[in-house]
Design a protein around this ligand. Structure first.
Ligand code: SF4
Length: 170
């Protein structure tokens, strides 16, 4: 079961293509300048089970990818790992935002590592207002990285996603 703050069924700003964006309720990072401070409290979300959430993407024939955002998806890692597993098995590209760095998640809980292992793409790091740029694609601040998760896990270090799709080139 996941506590959700919202779902956008046809997002074009949370990754390439038309994606379902799943917004978690609750975030421990409290970045100054955060655009979604209403997602910070861990209470007040809408509880939804993983099958119901997956069915939203599966019902959209235009959607081949999904993005987890928030809030902090890795604060509900067990549920998001389960959701990621359902969608990966159906061939979806699964991406997640996180306020943690990849290096922190490598040292995280078992559930956080399980979620990481089921992702294709991770946009990592907290939002830093001093490094904000409107020219960045799919990122708010330049400290954040768009990582190729399978390549990063294989290498044991952060490997940037080189596909043009994730850098505004189609
Ligand atoms: S991690 Fe994201 S949702 Fe959480 S405070 Fe930072 S910008 Fe806001």
């Amino acid at each position: 079961m996941l506590e959700m703050s919202g779902i956008v069924e046809d997002s074009i700003v949370d990754g390439p293509g038309i994606r379902v964006a799943y917004f978690a309720q609750g975030c421990p990072h409290h970045c100054p300048g955060c655009h979604n401070p209403e997602t910070w409290p861990f209470e007040g979300g809408t509880p939804m089970d993983e099958e119901t959430l997956a069915a939203i993407a599966l019902a959209n024939p235009l959607c081949r990818g999904v993005t987890f955002s928030g809030g902090e998806p890795f604060a509900q890692a067990e549920g998001f790992a389960r959701l990621a597993g359902i969608l990966k098995a159906k061939g979806y590209e699964v991406a997640s935002y996180t306020g943690y760095t990849f290096e922190q998640l490598l040292q995280g809980t078992e559930a956080q590592k399980a979620l990481l292992s089921r992702l294709d793409v991770l946009i990592d790091g907290p939002y830093q207002e001093s490094r904000r740029s409107l020219e960045l694609v799919f990122r708010g601040s330049s400290n954040q990285r768009i990582l190729d998760v399978p390549a990063s896990l294989a290498a044991g270090r952060a490997v940037e996603q080189t596909s043009g799709r994730w850098h505004g080139v189609y």
